[in-house]
Write a protein that binds this ligand. Sequence first.
Ligand code: FES
Length: 342
Amino acid sequence: MSGDDHGHGAVELAEPIADPGIEPHEHRITDIDPKAADRVERQVATMFTLAGLLALGACVAYFAIPRDAVLQFGPLSGNANNMTIGLCLGLALFLIGAGAIQWAKKLMVDTEIVEYRHAAGGTPEQRADIIEGFQTGAAESGFGRRKLIRRSLIGAMALLGLPAIVLLRDLGPAPGRKLYNTIWAQGIRVVNDVTLRPIKPSDLVVGQLVNGAPANLAPLQEESPVEYQNAKAKAAVIVVRIAPNEIRTPAGRENWGIDGILCYSKICTHVGCPISLYEQTTHHVLCPCHQSTFDLADGAKVIFGPAARPLPQLPLAVDAEGYLVAQSGFTEPVGPSFWERG
Ligand code: FES
């Protein structure tokens, strides 16, 4: 096919290279043997069909595999539900890609063309020609003619959308009262969330902030990884020591701190990111997600950003052995503010 065949009209064309040194064109087996073409067609259709079945498998796995089931691969382990869904969807996408490549390489039209370079920007004739070329290409790809491939591809693509819809279920239901219940309770020790050592007031100097966790969290890891992750996400706290004369204590919380040591939920009340950036001189802690800023010396009130309420405070006490413990659980729900709280 020459450049003129594409209707370049009045556009000035560069001369083609007389002999670019291309090997003589060899026809593929599927171009000369209809049986081979049919065989490849069946291969492609099989891949597309398997992709559709794998998409269905992902949906079945979502409902059938318990959320806390674990798959073990030697020293590595992972959540069986997530891994099976991921594996099914990954394989489905791979098979659609592999089928499309096989289709293009073995069945779609295989002619060599000469294209002339020309100025950018097409004339109306060129545009009409491109549309015609597209339609010809669509006809030559066999999309209309090869029903088996077309139907299996459409089926697979339609089924691939299904897992996306099924997975939307994970967005709900609203947590209701669940956010009121963390595993903090009266007498639970506050431990350093890295070393897991219980914290004594003397471990903290004025200005210091550490990430904390309840002492009853670590044993959950053995029992149920899913429960452990849920509990950890809700119970994470920060423990900070501020000079007592710089603290403005909200009414009713006079005995919630120990010598300037205060404990707050680490979960941002905007949409739940873990807050982390502490500015010692101002007692401000910043959420990295959308810059909500809380004043830990003033009941963790919001002083900047989209969060709508202060960080919940955990009332502290000291047990008989001198370690920091919770006086009770949180007195309000931790986490994002957009749930209905009654
Ligand atoms: S989640 Fe913290 S500011 Fe948005």
